[in-house]
Design a protein around this ligand. Structure first.
Ligand code: ADP
Ligand code: MG
Length: 142
């Protein structure tokens, strides 16, 4: 797989998530970093479709509650930390328990807790490069 990857439509980003899901095992933590509208939620919908057992159209960013849990063929823990004020707030809420809860953790705005993520975290950095174009860079570890 090329790195970084370029997608030229939301459907391509969705398909990328779907393909990525095939290689995921329980306990995987995926950190999605990048601006609003960069395509993080779109990719997570694709991951959910790839995992199966959840209607990916119902997935939206849990901006105000920080966490949505979807009971798919594997549990999906979908975080959106846009409104998180500090890494401490994340740990005080006990959210780090989901790193080891046997599902797939997808964390939008993971840059806010970057130094505290498991060493095996898969980082995806999203860059807006055009109205319909996004560059997505994969990296294991911080
Ligand atoms: P984020 O979660 O990063 O804030 P979203 O996935 O919610 O971003 O929104 C991305 C928006 O950009 C959607 O409206 C989507 O249709 C649009 N879009 C346009 N081109 C792309 C692309 N190549 N990949 C992903 N989304 C795209
Ligand atoms: Mg989002």
């Amino acid at each position: 797989m090329k790195n970084p990857l370029k997608t030229t439509s939301w459907e391509e980003t969705h398909l990328l998530g779907k393909a990525l899901a095939k290689g995921l095992c329980p306990g995987t933590v995926i950190a999605l970093c990048g601006d609003l509208g960069a395509g993080k939620t779109t990719l997570i919908r694709g991951i959910a479709e790839g995992i199966g057992g959840v209607d990916s159209r119902t997935i939206c960013s849990p901006t105000f509650t920080f966490l949505n849990i979807y009971s798919g063929n594997l549990p999906i823990y979908h975080f959106d930390l846009y409104r998180l004020t500090s890494a401490t707030e994340f740990f005080q809420a006990g959210f780090d328990e989901y790193f080891h809860a046997g599902g797939i953790c997808c964390i939008e705005w993971a840059e806010k807790i970057q130094d505290h993520l498991p060493a095996s975290t898969l980082f995806l950095h999203f860059n807006y490069t055009g109205a319909m174009e996004r560059e997505i860079c994969f990296k294991e570890g911080a």
